[in-house]
Every structure is written in structure tokens, then in C-alpha cells.
Design a protein around this ligand. Structure first.
Ligand SMILES: Cc1ncc(COP(=O)(O)O)c(C=O)c1O
Length: 379
């Protein structure tokens, strides 16, 4: 396994800060908002009330019910609470279903550039990696010709992520239909990482493959509270899958981590059942920042950037600079801006860098000025 690029760059930039350098952090994918106050208070109250005990491995019933209700409504499908497994962050909701389903030699299809955990996890399970390139010319959706060649009757799981980390792309419905058709033809599973599904811009929404005919029974939806409710450190995620699979995965949960923190789960119930207006507020802020980032990046020499449709990442193409992703990331860091090289997300990310714009507009403007100076120093 390789380390995750975001943590590596964070460590390097913190070293520079310790030496007195000022760094604008655009490397970590973490909302800069606080969790809504009612949610934090529910968690604090739970701790004060000693709701800090072991609870069932699959999650507390009330939370599973609230997730089934909210997730079903959002995706237009019916979800039984028994299909929901609550986990400490979304990552275990990927790891354990993959360990349950993938036997050594099974093939796993996944996006590249993509969230690094997918490849790491499938390799742990002994799976064979089948990365599908995302194409800038298709607004960072799958290269469907490559997909058609990579998926076959040895494919066990197709992993999707929409909106995407690192590109901000949203998979259009027609592509989901194409992918669903292949999943049905080859009788394979789909793991749909929808952790950014509430962070979609321009009044649009990201369709879920689970809503398509015949797909709920072969789809594992991965979602969580880290991004939508700015609760990264509460470690709260979940998987939604057919009940028979959930029954198997629950055993992994039992023996791997026991359960998810009770107080976090109580805060999560409040997050789902309390007011939702902060989501619209965050989306509006991200939209404003997206304008500043994309306009600024498109003015930099050798850089062009598509407008992301969701999440809070921009994925500018830096090929016009004549440098590699790593060289550009190093150069920007020398000038006080931490970004991630696109190849930290897989080989097809070469030629790009990833910026997280989950930070203030003044910070973004400072970063753009510094990046401009950095690129002018080499042109
Ligand atoms: C696409 C994607 N999936 C999953 C996660 C993990 O979320 P969590 O912090 O809830 O484990 C992240 C976090 O950055 C992500 O970007």
C-alpha cells in the first residue's frame, strides 16, 4: 500500500510552517465549516448522559431508521433499516463489503483518477485492479470504450464515485444506465460512493445508480456525515446494501471494530432529523468559491480548468506548463500553496493537480496570486 497523498503533503507543508513559512492549505478534503450547532450539542448531551457505551455493531436502531428514511427519499427507492450498517467513517463501509465479496483473482473496476482507498482496499482483498480512465473531454466521466473493454464476467465489483473526488465530476444518468446494463449483464456488484451527493451545484442533483431498474439488489451505497454535515472527526459513515450482504458484513464490523461511537450516532440522528438548511448554505458558499477558483485558474499560464459540478475540488489541467503534476505541486508548495499532484489519485491523474476549495475566498485569492507568481517564474 502507498500512503495517501493528502496526508503526505499535509506533513510536508506543516514542516515548512514549523520553519516559519506561510502556507495556504488546498490539499485536504475537509469542509472548513463547523458541524451544525444542534448536532454538536446533541453529541455533547449524549456524552454528559453517559451514552458512551457499546451499541450494536450495525448501529443504533433509530439512526439506521433515520438513514433508511432519508437515503431512500433522496434516491427515490425504498430502503429497509436492516440494509443499513453504520460505521466509523465511510471508509469501513467500503473496506468490509469489498473484503466480503472479493476473492483473490476477482477483478474490480474503479475510476482513475479516483479516491486512493479504492485501489488500496481491493489490493488488500487480493482483487485485480482494473482502473477506468476518467476523461476531461467527458467532464471527467468514464471513458466508456475503456470501461466496455475492462468489464467482463470476472468483474466482481464496479466502483463509482459521483460527485467525484478528485475531479468534482458528476456521472450523468446515461452513463449510469450504460454501467448498470453492464453490471446486470455480467452479474456483478456496484459500489457507489455517494459521500458528496448533497454537494451538487447549479440546482442539479447527482443521480444514484441504485435507483435504476434491477440495481438496488446489486448496489452498495456508501455515504456518511463527514462532508454533508462537516463531521469528519466524529467518524460517521454508512453502507446501504441488500440485507443478505449486510448480514455478512455486520460480522466483519463485529470482529473488526465492535461498533461506532454511541455519542456520534446520537449526534447523527439529530443531523438527519433536525433542520437541513446548513446544507444549502454550504453549497452556496462552495459555488461562490468555485467561481473564484475556476476563473483564477483559467488565467494562470499553461493551466485550464473545467467547472466542477459537485464536491469541493477543482482539478485543473497543467499540461501546458510542460511540467509533471509532482513538479507543479512542489513548485506551488515552494511558493506557499499546498495542492495534490493528480497522480496521487492514479496514473491517469498525471497532468493535473487537485485543489480543495473548502477554504475562504481570501485564502483562495492569496493562493491564486502565489500560483501565478510560481508559474511566471518558470515561463
Ligand atoms: C470519495 C470519498 N469517499 C470516502 C471518503 C471517506 O470519508 P470518511 O471520512 O467518512 O471515512 C472521502 C474522504 O475524503 C472521499 O473523498
Amino acid at each position: 500500500m502507498r500512503p495517501e497523498g493528502a496526508y503526505e503533503v499535509l506533513a510536508r507543508s506543516q514542516e515548512l510552517e514549523a520553519k516559519g513559512h506561510h502556507i495556504v492549505h488546498l490539499e485536504i478534503g475537509e469542509p472548513d465549516f463547523n458541524a451544525p450547532a444542534n448536532v454538536s450539542l446533541a453529541g455533547i448531551r449524549a456524552i454528559a448522559n453517559e451514552q458512551t457505551r457499546y451499541v450494536p455493531p450495525a448501529g443504533v436502531t433509530k439512526l439506521r431508521e433515520a438513514i433508511a428514511e432519508a437515503s431512500g427519499k433522496k434516491r427515490g427507492i425504498s430502503i429497509d433499516p436492516r440494509q443499513v450498517l453504520v460505521s466509523p467513517g465511510a471508509k469501513p463501509a467500503m473496506l468490509f463489503p469489498i473484503l466480503t465479496l472479493v476473492e483473490p483473482g476477482d477483478e474490480v473496476v474503479y475510476p482513475n483518477p479516483g479516491f486512493p482507498a479504492y485501489e488500496a482496499i481491493l489490493l488488500i482483498a487480493g482483487g485485480v485492479p482494473r482502473p477506468v480512465p476518467l476523461l476531461e473531454s467527458r467532464a471527467f466521466s468514464f471513458d466508456l470504450n475503456a470501461f466496455d473493454k475492462l468489464v467482463n464476467d470476472r468483474t466482481r465489483i464496479i466502483i463509482l464515485n459521483s460527485p467525484s473526488n478528485p475531479t468534482g465530476g458528476v456521472i450523468p444518468l446515461e452513463d449510469l444506465q450504460h454501467i448498470a446494463e453492464a453490471a446486470r449483464r455480467y452479474d456483478c456488484w456496484v459500489m457507489s460512493d455517494e459521500i458528496y451527493t448533497q454537494l451538487v451545484f447549479d440546482g442539479k442533483s447527482a443521480p444514484s445508480i441504485a435507483s435504476l431498474p434491477g440495481m438496488a439488489e446489486r448496489t452498495i451505497i456508501v455515504d456518511g456525515f463527514s462532508k454533508t454535515y462537516a463531521m469528519t472527526g466524529w467518524r460517521l459513515g454508512y453502507g446501504i446494501m441488500p440485507e443478505a450482504l449486510a448480514d455478512r458484513v455486520r460480522l466483519f464490523f463485529t470482529h473488526a471494530f465492535g461498533c461506532t461511537a454511541q455519542a456520534s450516532q446520537i449526534a447523527a440522528i439529530e443531523a438527519l432529523t433536525g433542520p437541513q438548511d446548513h446544507i444549502g448554505m454550504m453549497v452556496e458558499q462552495y459555488e461562490r468559491r468555485r467561481e473564484v477558483v475556476v476563473d483564477g485558474l483559467n488565467k494562470l499560464p499553461g493551466v485550464h480548468c473545467l467547472k466542477p459540478q459537485g464536491a469541493f475540488y477543482a482539478f485543473p489541467n497543467i499540461q501546458g506548463t510542460g511540467k509533471t503534476s509532482q513538479e507543479i505541486a512542489n513548485l506551488f508548495l515552494d511558493y506557499g500553496v499546498a495542492v495534490l499532484p493528480g497522480n496521487a489519485f492514479g496514473k491517469y491523474g498525471e497532468g493535473y493537480v487537485r485543489l480543495s476549495y473548502a477554504t475562504s475566498i481570501p485564502n483562495i485569492q492569496k493562493a491564486l496570486e502565489r500560483m501565478d507568481k510560481a508559474l511566471r517564474s518558470i515561463s
